[in-house]
Design a protein around this ligand. Structure first.
Ligand code: SF4
Length: 241
C-alpha cells in the first residue's frame, strides 16, 4: 500500500511530552489558518515527495524499544482516508499513537478513543470557542454546526482517559486576554492546556501576525489561566522567531 506521507521526523523529543516519538506529516486540511506554518502541506502537497511507508515501518520495528510514541500530524490528519490503516499498523507494532487535530471530526475521534487505537491527542483551540472568533482565524467560514463539532471534540477528550492537551497558538493580531479567559471558562477543568508562542518562520508571505509575545507576556497569560486547568504550560521558542 502506498500512503502519501509528506514528512517524517525519525526521533523527536518535543512532540509528545515525556515520550521519544517518531512523527509523520499528512497532507491536506479543511482549514486555511493565516498563520499556518505547514501551509505547503495544506495547499501544495502535490509538490512534496512521498516518504516511503515501508522505510518508516521498518525503522519503527527496529527501534521499538527506543521509540515509545508515534505522532501523526499535518495538515489535519483526519482528512486522510488512509489514517486508520496507518494507526492499525502502528498499533500492531506496539507503539502508542497520538494525533494532532483541529477538532472538526468528533465522530472519528470518538471511534479511535473508544476502540483504544490512540493514546494521545493534541487539539488546537484556535480562540474562544465561538464561530465568530474561529472564522477570523481559520480562513474559512465556521458555521454554527462546525463549531458544535469542535466543541463536541473538546467534550469527548475531557470525558476520556487518554493523554490529551488543548493548545492555543498565541498570535498578537488575534488573541486578547479576554478571549483567553473565555477559553478558560469554556474548558474549565481540562487536564492540560498549553499556550504556544506564534512563530513567523514558515508562514505565508504577506501575513503579519504582529510581534511574537515575549516570555514575560506568556508567563502572565499562564498565571491568569492556571486557575482554570489542572495544568497550564507555555511553549516559548525564543526571540528569533
Ligand atoms: S488547522 Fe493546522 S494545519 Fe490546518 S491550516 Fe490551520 S494551522 Fe494549518
Amino acid at each position: 500500500m502506498r500512503y502519501p506521507i509528506k514528512g517524517w521526523i525519525k526521533n523527536s523529543f518535543c512532540d509528545w511530552d515525556s515520550k521519544i516519538s517518531s512523527v509523520i506529516f499528512l497532507p491536506g486540511c479543511n482549514f486555511r489558518c493565516s498563520f499556518c506554518q505547514n501551509w505547503p502541506l495544506v495547499e501544495r502537497y502535490e509538490d512534496i515527495p512521498d516518504v516511503e511507508w515501508l522505510e518508516i515501518e521498518s525503522y519503527l520495528i527496529e527501534h521499538r524499544d527506543f521509540i515509545d510514541g508515534f505522532v501523526i500530524t499535518g495538515g489535519e490528519p483526519f482528512v486522510s482516508d488512509f489514517l486508520f490503516d496507518i494507526i492499525e499498523k502502528i498499533k500492531s507494532i506496539g507503539i502508542a499513537v497520538k494525533i494532532d487535530t483541529n477538532g472538526t471530526f468528533p465522530d472519528k475521534l470518538k471511534y479511535l478513543i473508544e476502540n483504544e487505537l490512540i493514546r494521545g491527542v493534541s487539539m488546537d483551540v484556535k480562540d474562544a470557542l465561538e464561530a465568530e472568533f474561529y472564522s477570523r482565524i481559520c480562513g474559512i467560514t465556521i458555521t454554527p454546526e462546525l463549531m458544535e463539532k469542535i466543541i463536541e471534540s473538546t467534550k469527548i477528550l475531557m470525558n476520556s482517559k487518554i493523554d490529551y492537551e488543548f493548545r492555543t497558538t498565541l498570535v498578537r493580531k488575534f488573541h486578547t486576554i479576554d478571549n483567553l479567559k473565555k477559553i478558560g471558562v469554556q474548558l474549565k477543568g481540562a487536564r492540560k492546556y498549553v499556550l504556544q508562542q506564534y512563530r513567523s518562520i514558515g508562514v505565508k508571505d504577506g501575513f503579519d501576525g504582529g510581534e511574537p509575545f515575549s516570555k514575560e507576556e506568556m508567563l502572565r497569560f499562564q498565571e491568569v489561566l492556571s486557575e482554570f486547568f489542572q495544568k497550564c504550560d507555555i511553549r516559548y521558542y525564543g526571540t528569533n522567531t
